[in-house]
Design a protein around this ligand. Structure first.
Ligand SMILES: [Cu+2]
Length: 99
């Protein structure tokens, strides 16, 4: 399984972001239904935790999702993505740079 984040800017940026998330086969490249997808963001600093207000919506195409976020701060954010498609589900944590 491959999870791709796509946006016009090619990166997360400070402020409002609109991007797509795609789940696809690592071998064939075909999109794979990932069921309900949740993406959470966190930047933890002394005295505050920022969440980025991330929302993920399904599209009419299985395996493709539309997402929005509003990052209050640039820097290293910790993300957790969770999915529960038929025959494939999982959870992945990664660090992404907000520029
Ligand atoms: Cu911060």
């Amino acid at each position: 399984l491959r999870i791709s984040f796509r946006s016009d800017s090619g990166t997360f940026r400070l402020g409002r972001n609109v991007f797509a998330i795609e789940f696809s086969s690592r071998t064939t490249g075909a999109l794979i239904d990932a069921g309900d997808v949740q993406l959470a963001g966190a930047m933890t600093m002394p005295g505050m935790v920022m969440s980025g207000g991330i929302e993920v919506r399904r599209t009419g195409t299985a395996g493709r999702y539309e997402a929005t976020a509003d990052f209050e701060m640039s820097g290293a954010w910790r993300f957790t993505i969770e999915w529960n498609g038929p025959g494939n589900s999982g959870l992945l944590t990664f660090v992404g740079d907000v520029q």
